[in-house]
Design a protein around this ligand. Structure first.
Ligand code: ATP
Length: 346
């Protein structure tokens, strides 16, 4: 089911948590609502769920305007970060609960519960209580319960945040698999860009209640719409230098970084740390100011024309503080942003 937000605004008193959001999530896809703490992603999810009412704007599931429908009439499945399982019920009873509420006959509810449990690979744990399960298993029960009624849309609020690092990796793959097997349009909230990058079809990136970019993960990484998106997507984050374009030359102070097609003027130059390479002959002169070896890579900070930037290089290069190096970068790895608005140029 396609989910469409048209001009959605949510205010709490005179504070605007979500500001004129226009977004379409395609039918059958997995979308991530991403952004830093307080950007309005949970509020957006709650409005899609019907738990919060927009101050203005409309929400559509396919052609149906659901803006005024209560949550139980929307045909959604919801999974919260704390799973909200009933502790005194078994796994089977937990998954069956929404079915029994909907007066589904017992035999059919039992069969569906088993199917859902098998789908999320906890079919062998049906007689356990939530307290006897690991965090990852509890999360699967919550998902099985949320999809038991075959929802039109599955909504997950930070579903992985209570899991340890290893389980988080495993469970996010699991969410992807379940989404693909069921084909349910799924929207999940996360503040972790890597999590969003790894499993979604589309990322909806917000900041201060405002949509920054909606795009497939790779495309957003390759062509960030503005300086905020550029710095949010990728670890270590993109570095920025202030410079100018003059006769197709990208200049930082009096150093020429590269030559490329671009309009003359002052710009912000963005380069991902891994895009830099050390060069013997060409490139800009830089001085190493900090060196940190992280596995097979070395993360070094260099100073160029009084500005600092981080470069990720192969640990085979032995560099130390105060070394003079030459740095080069391919033109296609250079991102230019407007100095005032931060918007991508070109
Ligand atoms: P987090 O990752 O920290 O959960 P978020 O992006 O999900 O952040 P929201 O929970 O949507 O952010 O909140 C967005 C903004 O709206 C925040 O500044 C929050 O304080 C504010 N807010 C949310 N709910 C209410 C409320 N009921 N009353 C007043 N302000 C609220």
């Amino acid at each position: 089911m396609e989910v469409r937000l048209e001009g959605i605004t949510k205010s709490f008193g005179d504070f605007t948590a979500v500001n004129n959001l226009n977004v379409t999530i395609d039918d059958g896809t997995l979308a991530g609502l991403l952004g830093p703490s307080g950007c309005g992603k949970s509020t957006t999810l709650y409005m899609i769920a019907g738990l919060e009412k927009p101050t203005s704007g409309r929400i559509y599931f396919g052609d149906e305007d659901v803006t005024d429908l209560p949550p139980e009439k929307r045909g959604i499945g919801l999974v919260f970060q704390n799973y909200a399982l009933y502790p005194h019920m078994t796994v089977r009873q937990n998954i069956m609960f929404p079915l029994e509420n909907a007066k589904v006959p017992k035999a059919e509810a039992l069969k569906t519960a088993q199917e859902m449990a098998d789908l999320v690979q906890i079919g062998h744990l049906m007689d356990r209580k939530p307290g006897e399960l690991s965090g990852g298993q509890q999360q699967r029960v919550a998902i099985a319960r949320a999809i038991a009624k075959k929802p039109r849309v599955l909504l997950l609020d930070e579903p992985l945040s209570n899991l340890d690092a290893r389980l988080r990796l495993e469970t996010r793959e699991e969410i992807r698999r379940i989404q693909q097997e069921t084909g349910i349009t799924t929207i999940f909230v996360t503040h972790d860009q890597e999590e969003a990058m790894s499993i979604t079809d589309t990322i909806v990136l917000m900041k201060d209640g405002v949509l920054q970019q909606k795009e497939a993960p790779q495309e957003m990484y390759r062509k960030p719409a503005n300086q905020f998106v550029a710095s949010f997507m990728g670890t270590p984050p993109m570095g920025f230098l202030t410079g100018k374009v003059e006769n197709h030359k990208i200049m930082i102070g009096s150093s020429v970084l590269s030559e490329m097609e671009a309009a003359d003027g002052e710009v912000i130059i963005g380069v991902r740390p891994e895009s830099w390479r050390l060069s013997e002959h060409e490139g800009m002169d830089a001085t190493v100011t900090m060196v940190e070896v992280i596995g097979r890579d070395t993360l070094m900070t260099v100073e160029v024309e009084g500005q600092k930037i981080r470069c990720l290089i192969d640990s085979d290069y032995e560099v130390k503080v105060s070394d003079k190096v030459k740095l080069a970068v391919k033109p296609q790895a250079i991102h230019l942003f407007d100095k005032t608005s931060g918007h991508r140029l070109g």
